[in-house]
Design a protein around this ligand. Sequence first.
Ligand SMILES: [Mg+2]
Length: 214
Amino acid sequence: MKVYALPLRLECIIFDIDSTLYTNAEYAREQVDVQIRHFADLRGMSHGEARSRIAEIRDAHEREHGKKISLGNAMTSFGIPIKESVRWRETLIDPALYLGRDERLRETLTELGKSYALRAVTNNPVSTALKTLAALGVEDLFPHLVGLDTTGFSKPHERPFRIAFESANCAAENCLAVGDRYDIDIALPLEMGMGGILVDGVEDVYSLPALLKA
Ligand SMILES: [Mg+2]
């Protein structure tokens, strides 16, 4: 875990979902790979070729711009619009196959929810995010979800973050972004004046109530 900045007065915590509210390397990998395999099948290329072509695009973007690009944005380089990515994710990803109830996460979020507004911003569609939160047993703790289909823009784009904190009637400087990917979840929120904590997984999230109290 790395704490980049904390707001002087914290009112709202904006969580990433995948690999932040759960740690499951197999599921995290499969979510990406199932879309790449689907793309390969549509284009009549081998899964291996599709994996390397998408990896090339993502590596090239990182070399040129010094930061990582989301899978959805990488797919647009192959003529797959974000709307199409959204449909694939809705039909191809089934979180319940991989994730189970997490009582400790539930206790943690319930505790944080007593002091702060909780929001989640994800590059998955809202319906997929809801299934993920339901599998973890915490869907009722996030009444406002911002997904890829809420704005049509994937993180790191200002709009999904802005919608999240405005829905809590908060200013950026009173918000804290928590996520597992610096370039996608943390860098832009810091530029926007929010706090930011990079986590290695859900174990770090469990420690947030104590950390924020201290
Ligand atoms: Mg993540």
